[in-house]
Write a protein that binds this ligand. Structure first.
Ligand SMILES: Cc1ncc(COP(=O)(O)O)c(C=O)c1O
Length: 451
C-alpha cells in the first residue's frame, strides 16, 4: 500500500463514486475509512467513530466477526472459485441452500437462486416472475406494480420499479409496463390523512382500480419492501402488506418482497414479511447474508413458484439467467458462517429492543430540535426527516443536512444522509450504551446545524 499522502492526494481523482456527482467528489473528496473494529470505524486521520450506518445496512454483526472472516480465509484456500452454471456446483453452496430453506421455512420459501448482490437479486425476481407466467400459459403477464419511494437497486429492471426519480430520470427510458402506487407514508401522501390504516386501504383501492384498468392478466408481480429503506425508512401500517397479499392472490399476481435490507433481523423480526405475517412468492436478499464481507445475494422462491418451474416439461422452464458469481463458493462459506452467528447472537431480538430505545431517543430529539419534521423507524432502521419549516414540511437545505452529518461525525458517530433524511442502520449487535452514543452525537449535530 502506498503512503498516506499519496492516498489522500489521489482520493476521487481516478474513480467515480456511486450515487455521487464526480465533480462534487473531486471538489469535496469522501472520507477515507481505513479500518473497522466491533461497531466502530477508523478514518485515515485516525478518528474513530461509531458506525450508525452499519456499512450500508449490511454489516449486521460488526467489523470483528471472526467466524465469517475465518470461513472466507479457509474457503479461499480450499476452492477460491468455480462456476455453478449447469453441470457444476460446490459443497458450501449445497449446504447453504439447505440452511436457507430451513431459515426461510416460516416464510414458505424453499428454493434459492444465488446472485452477487441486491440489484442482481431484484433483477432475478423480476425475470423469474415473467417466466413463471409464461410457463403457466399466461405470457401476457409482463407488467410490474411497485411503490413510489421504493428502492430496488439500479439495474434497468430494478430502476424501472424504483420509486424515486433520482435513480430514474437520467437513465430513461426505462422498462415499459411499470405502474407505481403511492407509498404507505403517513407524513407525506396524496390522501390528506395521517392515519396509516386509512392510507393502506386507499392504496389497496388504487391497486384494485389499476388492476381493473390494466387487466389482471397483464400483470406479473407486485414488488415491495416490507419496510421501505433507502426511500427514507417508511414503515407501513400493519394492515398494508396483508391487504396487498390478498389482492395479489385474488388476481394471480405474484408478490415479490424485496428484503435486501430486511431479511436477516434488521426490523426486529427475522424477515420483514414475517413482521407483517405475510408469505411472499419470491424474496430478494443480499447485504447482511455475508455480513457485508463478500458480495453475495440469494433469491428465495416459494413452493408455489418452485412447483411450476420444476414440473415444467419443455424449454420454457429453462432458466436463461444467472451470473458468473452466482453461488460463489467463498460467498457461500461466508453466508454459512454469517447465518450461524446471526442465529447464535439472536440479533433480531437485539434489533427490536435497541430499535425501540433509538426511536424513543429520536422522538425526544424531535421535541428539542425544530429541524426534525418527522421521526420514523422499525427495529434498527430509523430516519429523521429534516425540514426548514415544520408547518409547511419544506425540506431542509442541502448545506444544513450536510452540517448535521459533519457535526455528528465530529461528535463521534457516522450517520447517512439522503436528501433531507438522516438514516440510521447500525450493526444489530449495538448495545444500549451505543444507542445513547448515537443519540448524543446526533443531538450535537442538530444543535450545530440549528444554531
Ligand atoms: C431494498 C433494496 N433492494 C435492492 C438494493 C440493491 O442492492 P445492491 O446495492 O447490493 O445492488 C438495495 C440496496 O440498498 C435495497 O435497499
Amino acid at each position: 500500500m502506498r503512503e498516506t499522502n499519496f492516498i489522500i492526494e489521489n482520493n476521487a481523482r481516478h474513480l467515480w463514486h456511486p450515487m455521487a456527482h464526480p465533480a462534487e467528489m473531486q471538489a469535496h473528496p469522501p472520507r477515507i475509512v481505513n479500518s473497522g473494529e466491533g461497531v466502530e470505524i477508523v478514518d485515515i486521520q485516525g478518528k474513530k467513530v461509531l458506525d450508525a450506518v452499519g456499512g450500508l445496512w449490511n454489516v449486521n454483526l460488526g467489523y470483528s466477526c471472526e467466524p465469517v472472516k475465518k470461513a472466507i480465509r479457509d474457503q479461499l484456500d480450499e476452492l477460491p472459485y468455480y462456476s455453478t452454471f449447469r453441470g457444476t456446483t460446490n459443497s458450501p453452496l449445497i449446504e447453504l441452500s439447505y440452511e436457507l430453506a430451513e431459515w426461510f421455512k416460516p416464510d414458505g420459501l424453499s428454493r434459492s437462486f444465488f446472485t452477487s448482490g441486491g440489484s442482481d437479486s431484484v433483477e432475478t425476481c423480476l425475470r423469474l416472475a415473467r417466466q413463471y407466467h409464461k410457463i403457466n400459459d399466461q405470457p401476457e403477464r409482463t407488467k410490474f406494480v411497485a411503490l413510489k419511494k421504493g428502492y430496488h437497486g439500479t439495474h434497468f429492471g430494478g430502476a424501472s420499479v424504483n420509486g424515486n426519480q433520482n435513480f430514474r430520470r437520467n437513465y430513461e427510458p426505462l422498462l415499459p409496463g411499470v405502474i407505481h402506487l403511492p407509498a404507505p407514508f403517513t407524513y407525506r401522501n396524496p390522501f390528506n390523512t395521517t392515519d396509516g390504516a386509512e392510507i393502506a386501504q386507499a392504496i389497496a383501492t388504487l391497486f384494485e382500480d389499476e388492476i381493473a384498468f390494466q387487466g389482471a392478466d397483464t400483470i406479473a408481480a407486485l414488488i415491495v419492501e416490507p419496510v421501505l429503506g433507502a426511500g427514507g425508512v417508511i414503515v407501513p401500517h400493519e394492515t398494508f402488506l396483508p391487504l396487498m397479499r390478498e389482492i395479489c392472490d385474488r388476481h394471480g399476481i405474484l408478490l415479490i418482497a424485496d428484503e435486501v435490507i430486511t431479511a436477516f433481523g434488521r426490523t426486529g423480526a427475522w424477515t420483514g414479511s414475517r413482521l407483517w405475517g405475510v408469505k411472499p412468492d419470491m424474496m430478494s436478499t443480499a447485504k447482511a447474508i455475508t455480513n457485508g464481507y463478500f458480495p453475495f445475494g440469494a433469491v428465495m422462491i416459494s413452493d408455489k413458484v418452485a412447483h411450476v418451474f420444476e414440473s415444467n416439461k419443455n424449454s420454457v422452464g429453462n432458466i436463461g439467467h444467472g451470473y458468473t458469481y452466482s453461488g460463489h463458493p467463498v460467498g457461500a462459506a461466508a453466508a454459512l458462517a454469517t447465518l450461524k452467528e446471526t442465529k447464535r447472537l439472536d440479533v433480531a431480538a437485539n434489533a427490536a429492543a435497541r430499535g425501540e430505545e433509538l426511536l424513543a431517543g429520536l422522538k425526544a430529539l424531535q421535541n428539542k430540535h425544530e429541524l426534525i419534521g418527522d421521526v420514523r423507524g422499525k427495529g434498527l432502521m430509523c430516519a429523521l426527516e429534516l425540514v426548514s419549516d415544520r408547518a409547511k414540511k419544506s425540506a431542509a437545505a442541502k448545506d444544513v443536512v450536510q452540517k448535521v452529518h459533519d457535526a455528528t461525525y465530529d461528535a463521534g458517530v457516522m450517520v447517512r444522509t439522503s436528501g433531507a433524511n438522516v438514516i440510521m442502520s447500525p450493526p444489530l449487535i449495538v448495545t444500549a450504551a451505543n444507542v445513547q452514543t448515537i443519540l448524543t452525537a446526533l443531538d450535537a449535530g442538530l444543535s450545530a446545524a440549528g444554531a
